[in-house]
Design a binder for this molecule. Sequence first.
Ligand SMILES: [Zn+2]
Ligand SMILES: [Zn+2]
Length: 115
Amino acid sequence: MATRSFRPRRRRRPETAPGTAAAQLEALVAEAQAARAARAHGYRERSLALHGWICARCAREFEADNLHLLTVHHRDGNHEHNPPDGSNWENLCVYCHEAEHTMRTLGDYLTGRDR
Ligand SMILES: [Zn+2]
Ligand SMILES: [Zn+2]
């Protein structure tokens, strides 16, 4: 009767040495996470690039020195929803942006959608 030899222990230590498959996977995951974070935080720049430095409501145009007054509105109200085609973004100046939200709140109140 043959005695079973010890099975070689796998993963005696995490295989994260450079060049290993695990390290490559880790790097990929880290890269994907960084890209997702960059996408989430960089939507203003991308929306401005996509839709231009102009308010979608009052058509006021902006320049570098007053660009901070141009904000990105999320059409569906979900700031986590940032499709790369920009379909959920609207560049609104701070005044129109505030009015948009005030109108929405009022509209929701009047139609009972806020309940
Ligand atoms: Zn405006
Ligand atoms: Zn908004």
